[in-house]
Design a binder for this molecule. Structure first.
Ligand code: NAI
Length: 396
């Protein structure tokens, strides 16, 4: 099959196995060039197949030498259709981990379900040993709760009033105006149920009940604050409520894990292009402007650079520097006063006519395509390839 990008509503419904492999290889190459103290022996990553979860897994394994178990929920490739990007990323990760003698186990299942937790616990008991680090990196649209026989849906909406925002239709290269209706109380509750900390806590308690937390075990989940420009539909919206819940859960889990020498954190990360962030109203435009400014100042970072800083400066430190709320801050460069002042100026100025000068549109588009395995010069995209193929010939 010749696989081409099919982009609808800021998401891509195809992915290219060879391109995904190059993307994973590039991140592995970065991790190999930045070796870390091998502190974490066994690492569990929940949401391990793309974005921040994948990058953290790569750093844990290829910089730190850890055995990893990745949980993700991806569609496998079939003879007739390509798999999802996270499916190909996981195949590539596993292949290179095996070549480097780094144990890598995978569970492709719904992380919210008790059966998945049971399956992971069984696998850890039989093939891994106690876990030193748990990275929780889910970005999910829904969660089925079997106890209530009810499905909860996550929404990205403002709270209190409808919000109108500038947005980006990056495929048609247009700045648009979008009005997003205020969330109902029920939608807020649903979003907190899906993207808050409840399931993270269930994972930690399940591992503890199975006596699979190593002494001093640490855990981290990812949060976002962002700019005043995105507050109305992010930090002050439904997702922000879920992040507040996640951050409160971290404080609870921190007390719990400290009893055995461990720690729990949220890490407030920088805005980057991923499957999850590209569909948040206003965020693609904000990221395109942010990238322009941060690249010009030489402080641009992607998932892999952020994950490296997370390990090096925080997870591997006995006394990490946290903010007043007890959070790790990897958004320090993004929120620098000079960066935000310039972003705001361009945000107010940007229109469809000056988009390419006010924003890093090409950078955004290229990163978005690469996220799904497209646009790598190493790959011949006219090749007719089997959908299950993960290229053998690309060197790290
Ligand atoms: P992503 O979409 O790249 O990755 C999400 C991961 O969750 C994938 O591995 C996917 O397979 C997995 N997943 C989704 N539903 C699942 C389920 N039911 N069971 C098992 N696995 C499931 O997302 P991204 O952007 O890396 O986000 C990860 C976390 O980082 C989120 O909490 C997000 O809010 C946070 N974050 C993201 C930022 C960004 O700019 N992308 C910035 C700051 C924080």
């Amino acid at each position: 099959m010749v696989i081409v990008p099919k982009i609808r509503n800021n998401t891509c419904i195809t992915s290219h196995p060879k391109g995904c492999e190059v993307n994973v290889c590039n991140q592995i190459g970065y991790a190999r060039r930045h070796k870390l103290q091998p502190t974490f022996k066994n690492v569990l990553v929940i949401g391990a197949s793309t974005g921040y979860g994948l990058a953290s897994r790569i750093v844990a394994a290829f910089s730190g030498g850890a055995a990893t178990l990745g949980v993700a929920y991806e569609k496998p490739a079939s003879e007739k259709a390509c798999g999802t990007v996270g499916w190909y990323n996981t195949c590539a990760f596993e292949k290179y981990a095996r070549q480097s003698n780094l144990p890598a186990l995978n569970v492709n299942a719904d992380a919210f379900q008790p059966e998945t937790k049971g399956q992971v616990i069984e696998l850890i008991s039989s093939a891994m040993g106690k876990i030193d680090l748990i990275i929780y990196s889910l970005a999910a649209p829904r969660r089925y709760d079997p106890e209530e026989d009810r499905t909860y849906y996550s929404t990205i909406k403002p709270i209190g009033k409808n919000i109108s925002t500038k947005s980006l239709d990056f495929m048609n290269e247009k700045v648009t105006q979008l009005t997003v209706a205020a969330a109902s109380d029920e939608q807020i509750m649903h979003t907190v149920k899906v993207m808050g900390g409840e399931d993270w806590e269930l994972w930690i308690k399940a591992l503890d009940n199975a006596s699979l937390l190593a002494t001093g075990a640490k855990t981290v989940a990812f949060s976002y604050i962002g700019s005043e420009l995105t507050y109305p539909f992010y930090r002050h919206g439904t997702l922000g409520k879920a992040k507040e819940h996640l951050e409160n859960t971290a404080r609870k889990l921190d007390l719990f894990l400290r009893a055995n020498g461990g720690r729990a954190f949220t890490s407030v990360n920088k805005a980057v292009v991923t499957r999850a962030s590209a569909v948040i109203p206003g965020v693609p435009l904000y990221i395109s402007i942010l990238y322009k400014i941060m690249k010009a100042k030489g402080i641009h970072e992607g998932c892999i650079e952020q994950s490296m800083r997370l390990f090096e400066n925080f997870l591997l430190s006995d006394n990490p520097l946290l903010d007043a709320e007890g959070r790790i801050r990897l958004d320090d460069f993004e929120l620098r006063k000079d960066v935000q002042a310039e972003v705001k100026e361009l945000w107010h100025k940007v229109t469809s006519d000056n988009l390419t000068t006010c924003a890093d549109l090409e950078g955004f588009k290229s990163e978005f395509h690469r996220f799904f395995g497209f646009g790598f010069p190493e790959v011949n995209y006219t090749d007719d390839i089997p959908t299950h193929c993960v290229a053998q010939e690309i060197a790290v």
